[in-house]
Design a protein around this ligand. Structure first.
Ligand code: DX5
Ligand code: ZN
Length: 223
């Protein structure tokens, strides 16, 4: 995966009644990736988007990178296939919700998608050590998943550094994505800790001027 910095706009903070126009606006503003949060009201206390919506978005935006973050329990082969068929570019899931993590990562790659594992704030990164060959990226949750607009948990940045160090020790360079509470003030610390993909919901889709919001985020990287 690309190693330069990428921003992934989370449609959770978009105007859902004008989603197509909002995604177009985000792409026009220069967002790199569209982050698509899938919640099942079971793994997390919220319910969001299904594969039907993703398929329509893929049709409307054939060139876009769609980053599907599965917050579902259990993670099944059917769910993975449904989102891959609908046009996901990247698919990540939480290991707590999956019995066969290694096999599921391999399945995602075999369907032509980038594979990612998501670590909740209380989840240790040790298992990554055994999975590098099937992992394209690691998504470190910097809030507890379920809702946009929360405050970044500082201890999660320590985990980002730990993951970056573990990857270096294993001689691999996965993308490290952070999700939750990323804004112009916190993005610099995320990058310093070793993250290179930043999910931005309220700090991007939540703003009316997306160009200005993205410029502020890029500026935050240099502080
Ligand atoms: C939270 C989701 C995030 C959310 C981030 O469970 O996984 O993708 O949209 O929103 P902000 O950027 O507002 O914290
Ligand atoms: Zn997410």
């Amino acid at each position: 995966m690309a190693t330069k910095y990428q921003f992934a706009g989370s449609i959770l903070s978009a105007d859902l009644l004008r989603l197509q126009a909002d995604v177009q606006d985000a792409l026009d503003a220069g967002i790199d990736v569209i982050h698509f949060d899938v919640m099942d009201f079971h793994f997390v206390p919220n319910l969001t988007f299904g594969p039907g919506l993703l398929a329509q978005m893929r049709k409307a935006f054939p060139q876009a990178i769609f980053d599907v973050h599965l917050m579902v329990d259990p993670v099944t082969e059917d769910i993975i296939r449904a989102y891959a068929d609908a046009g996901a570019s990247w698919i990540s899931f939480h290991p707590e919700a999956c019995v066969h993590v290694d096999r599921t990562l391999a399945l995602i790659q075999s369907l032509g998608c980038k594979s990612g594992l998501v670590l909740n704030p209380g989840t240790a990164p040790q298992m990554l050590r055994y999975l590098w060959d099937k992992l394209d990226f690691v998504l470190v949750m910097t809030v507890n998943p379920g809702f946009g607009g929360q405050k970044l948990i500082p201890a999660a940045l320590q985990k980002v550094s730990d993951v970056r160090r573990m990857a270096a020790e294993a001689n691999v360079k996965p993308a490290i994505e952070v999700d939750g509470g990323v804004d112009p003030v916190t993005v610099g610390a995320c990058a310093k800790a070793g993250a290179n993909v930043f999910v931005v919901g309220s700090a991007f889709f939540g703003k009316s001027d997306r160009k200005a919001a993205l410029a502020a985020l890029h500026e935050g990287l240099t502080l």
